[in-house]
Design a protein around this ligand. Structure first.
Ligand SMILES: Nc1ncnc2c1ncn2[C@@H]1O[C@H](COP(=O)(O)OP(=O)(O)OP(=O)(O)O)[C@@H](O)[C@H]1O
Ligand SMILES: CCCC(=O)O
Length: 361
C-alpha cells in the first residue's frame, strides 16, 4: 500500500450555479456531490466573495456527512480563480492570493471562492490548502498576445485544469507523455476554449471569459468589433446588460433560450430547424478555431482532443470531426475531470512528487 492510499483529500469546485464537492481517499473518489444554486438563492449576495459563508456551511455539512468518524483530512484543494497570470502547477494558498480573490482584483468569477473556502476549511484543522491550474494559467507565445490594437492585449483565461487533464489522458491513449506531443484541445462546456498545446505548454488559446473564440451555450465568443461598438453605444447606460450578452446570456442561449445542449438536441430531433442551424454553427466555429491552431503548431499536430460536457454528444463531435480530421486523429475525452485533476494535484503536493509553487503577483 502506498502512503497516499490512506490520505483523505477534500476537493472544492465552486461554479456560477453549483458547488461541486468531492472526498478522495488516495486516488479513489469516495463521494462526489453537486449542490445546485438557483439564481434566486444567489441573488441575495452582492458579490461572489459574499457567498463564502453560505457555501462554507454546505461544505462543512458535506464533510461531516461523508468523512469517516475516525478519519482526518490531510489537505483541501480548491479550483483556482482569477489571479495574476501564472504558470501551470499546484499552488499553496497564501495571503496575497486571498487578498486578490477577496477584492476581486483580477475580476469576479465563482471559482475565486475555491482558494478562499479551501483555506477556511483547512486553517482550523492545521492542514495545507492548495489550488491547481487556475483559469489564468499563462504560457502564451509573445506573438499570440497581439490583438491589433495597442490598448488591448490578448490574455490567457481558459479551462486550464480540464484541458491539461484531458490532454494527459489523450497522450496516454496515444502511448506518449503529454510533454512529448503537440495537441489541440477544445473544452466544450458552458464556455468554450480551444488551446494549442505544444509539448505541455498552452502557447495560444482564446479568452473564454471575455468575448473571444467560438460561441458557446452561454457566451458570444468573438464579435465583429465595429458592430459591437455600435451596440455598446446603444447600451451605454446598461453596461451589465451588454456584458451579459458576451458572458452569461450570449451564444446558444441568446438564439434558443436554453444553455442546455441536451435540450437543443431534443428540439433538433423533433424537427426544430432553428435549433439545428445554431448547434451546427457552434460546431462550425469550434472547427474553425481548431484548424487555426494548425498554423500555431506549424502543422505538426499529434492529436485533436474534444472534452467537456458537450463532448458527450456524438452529434456535435461528428460535426467537428468532419471538418478537422484531416489535421490529426480526433480523440474524445467526454465530460470534465476537474475534481479528479484537483485531487491528483493535492496528492502530488502531499507526496512531494509535484512542486508546490508560491503565488506572487
Ligand atoms: N450527455 C450530454 N450530451 C450532450 N450535452 C451534454 C451532456 N452532458 C452535458 N452536456 C452539455 O454540456 C454543457 C455543459 O458542459 P459542462 O458541464 O462541461 O460545463 P460547465 O462546467 O457548466 O461550464 P464550463 O465548462 O464553462 O466551466 C451544457 O450545455 C450541457 O447541456
Ligand atoms: C475559463 C473560465 C471558466 C468558465 O467559467 O467557463
Amino acid at each position: 500500500m502506498r502512503a497516499s492510499d490512506s490520505i483523505f483529500v477534500l476537493v472544492i469546485n465552486p461554479g456560477s450555479t453549483s458547488t461541486k464537492l468531492a472526498l478522495f481517499h488516495g486516488e479513489t473518489c469516495l463521494q462526489n456531490y453537486t449542490i445546485r444554486h438557483s439564481a434566486e438563492e444567489l441573488r441575495r449576495f452582492s458579490s461572489v466573495a459574499g457567498q463564502k459563508n453560505y457555501r462554507k456551511e454546505l461544505t462543512e455539512t458535506f464533510i461531516s456527512d461523508t468523512l469517516p468518524k475516525d478519519a482526518e483530512l490531510a489537505a483541501v484543494i480548491g479550483r483556482g480563480g482569477l489571479l495574476a497570470p501564472l504558470e501551470s502547477g499546484v499552488y499553496s494558498v497564501n495571503s496575497s492570493m486571498l487578498e486578490d480573490l477577496e477584492s476581486a482584483r483580477w475580476g469576479e468569477h465563482a471559482s475565486n471562492l475555491g482558494a478562499i473556502l479551501a483555506e477556511e476549511i483547512a486553517r482550523p484543522r492545521g492542514i495545507p490548502s492548495y489550488i491547481a491550474d487556475p483559469v489564468v494559467v499563462d504560457e502564451m507565445l509573445d506573438e499570440a498576445r497581439f490583438s491589433g490594437c495597442p490598448e488591448i492585449q490578448r490574455v490567457s483565461i481558459f479551462h486550464a485544469l480540464n484541458q491539461k487533464s484531458a490532454a494527459r489522458k489523450a497522450a496516454a491513449r496515444l502511448g506518449k507523455s503529454y510533454e512529448e506531443l503537440n495537441l489541440i484541445v477544445a473544452h466544450l462546456g458552458g464556455g468554450i476554449s480551444v488551446g494549442a498545446h505544444r509539448r505541455g505548454r498552452v502557447i495560444d488559446v482564446n479568452n473564454a471569459l471575455d468575448g473571444d473564440g467560438p460561441f458557446s451555450p452561454e457566451r458570444s465568443g468573438g464579435l465583429p468589433a465595429g458592430q459591437l461598438v455600435s451596440l455598446a453605444l446603444e447600451y451605454r447606460d446598461r453596461e451589465k446588460e451588454i456584458r451579459k450578452k458576451i458572458v452569461g446570456q450570449g451564444g446558444m442561449v441568446a438564439y434558443l433560450g436554453t444553455n442546455d445542449l441536451q435540450a437543443a438536441l431534443e428540439r433538433i430531433n423533433a424537427g426544430d430547424t432553428k435549433a439545428e442551424a445554431v448547434v451546427r454553427a457552434m460546431a462550425y466555429q469550434v472547427a474553425k478555431e481548431i484548424a487555426s491552431h494548425g498554423a500555431t503548431l506549424k502543422g505538426r499536430i499529434d492529436g485533436i482532443v474534444l472534452t467537456g460536457g458537450i463532448a458527450c454528444s456524438g452529434y456535435v463531435t461528428d460535426l467537428i470531426r468532419e471538418r478537422v480530421s484531416y489535421l490529426a486523429p480526433v480523440l474524445v475525452i467526454e465530460g470534465e475531470r476537474e475534481m479528479e485533476a484537483l485531487a491528483e494535484n493535492a496528492l502530488g503536493a502531499l507526496n512531494r512528487t509535484r512542486t508546490i509553487k508560491e503565488y506572487r503577483r
